[in-house]
Ligand binder design. Structure first.
Ligand code: HEC
Length: 326
């Protein structure tokens, strides 16, 4: 669905492309057959083509030797040096080194076959249940960073990020060997290359953590607060803590690390807001915060605020003196 949505944004041919991917106007049986055919025939076919091209390039240009720091490549003389190195200490790819490939690939295929036999595919989940309204769809871990990226970028630039960015990135990667084919090859002499890799890892890692927590959406799995967090087993504070869960406050707000991240952390909100301000916030709502004025009885509102106030931290001496001065 996401792939079709993205393809649909391509200028001019978007509609046609989306229909081609889905095998119709919506997801259906034809989509499954189409995806099966793409993954079993088309993608492996393309892969074989690229492996062939790669091997042809290896036979034609040779394979890159391990880089040595302080020995920059000069395209004019590289060929001659390479041929000399080859004569002195080279070993032919075929059949000497191809054997290594054969061994590694056989091992790999054997491992996959053994895993398939002994572990097999993951068990199927429960069948879809249309009565479950809170589906909270999210992709598998390897696409979680992309999910976060799409959730966090402004709507205006979605099209560019989905269509233009992959095209530009792909072109950049294809063009690098043409533009940048001389100079140092050793990683220790290429700080920019290292920096690009580190930044990519940091970017994808941060997006991955964001995707994992998805703070832009309420946490529908928030469990009631434990007695240890609440610190009371009866009375208004206890009742307020229960309401905090039952009225879904906990889905959007964190209390001591429990709950959702859609709204601000309310663990110590009473340090910041006065009693009246808290009441105003809860009754009137705010940006992305529903107004609870009509859905809470006065006594429930009191209990909720009592719960939040019970979490007020004792003032430290220096705070007390500054409060007195104010
Ligand atoms: C759908 C998510 C959502 C739910 C449900 C929700 N809130 Fe909020 N809440 C928010 C957001 C977002 C803000 C920040 C609003 C703003 O900045 O205008 C907020 C702000 C607040 C604030 C002010 C925090 C501050 O730092 O100023 C309080 C207090 C608060 N909520 C209490 C509650 C209580 C109590 C409930 C349950 C009765 C509740 N919220 C339910 C999303 C939610």
């Amino acid at each position: 669905m996401v792939a079709a949505e993205q393809a649909g944004r391509v200028p001019l041919v978007g509609d046609w492309l989306a229909r081609f991917i889905l095998g119709g106007n919506t997801i259906g049986g034809a989509t499954l057959s189409r995806f099966f055919a793409i993954h079993v025939f088309v993608l492996p076919g393309i892969m074989f083509g690229f492996i062939g091209l790669h091997l042809w390039l290896v036979l034609r240009h040779g394979i890159s030797e391990p880089p040595t720091a302080g020995k920059p490549v000069n395209p004019e003389t590289y060929r001659k040096e390479y041929d000399e190195l080859l004569k002195k200490s080279g070993r032919p790819f075929w059949p000497d080194l191809a054997w290594r490939d054969v061994i590694v690939c056989t091992g790999l295929i054997l491992t996959i076959a053994l895993l398939a036999h002994f572990i097999g595919p993951p068990a199927l989940d429960k069948p879809p249940d249309p009565s479950v309204l809170v589906a909270d769809p999210r992709p598998d871990w390897y696409l979680l960073w992309y999910f976060a990226l799409l959730a966090l970028i402004p709507v205006r630039i979605e099209g560019y990020v989905m269509i233009l960015m992959p095209v530009l990135l792909g072109m950049l990667l294809l063009i690098i060997p043409v533009l940048n084919h001389k100079g140092e090859r050793a990683a220790s002499r290429r700080p920019w290359a290292i920096a690009v890799v580190c930044l990519s890892v940091i970017m994808i890692g941060s997006l991955w953590i964001e995707g994992q927590q998805s703070p832009w959406s309420p946490n529908f799995q928030a469990l009631p607060l434990s007695e240890k967090v609440v610190g009371a087993t009866s009375g208004p504070v206890f009742q307020g803590a229960q309401l905090f869960h039952d009225k879904a406050c906990l889905n959007c707000h964190l209390i001591q690390g429990h709950g959702g991240r859609r709204g601000p952390d309310l663990t110590h909100i009473a340090d910041k807001l006065t009693h009246d301000n808290m009441v105003i916030r809860i009754v009137n709502g705010g940006n992305n915060m529903p107004a609870f004025g009509s859905s809470l009885k006065p006594q429930e509102l009191d209990a909720l605020v009592a719960f939040l106030e019970s979490r007020k931290r004792p003032l430290r001496p220096q705070d007390q003196s500054s409060t007195a001065r104010n």
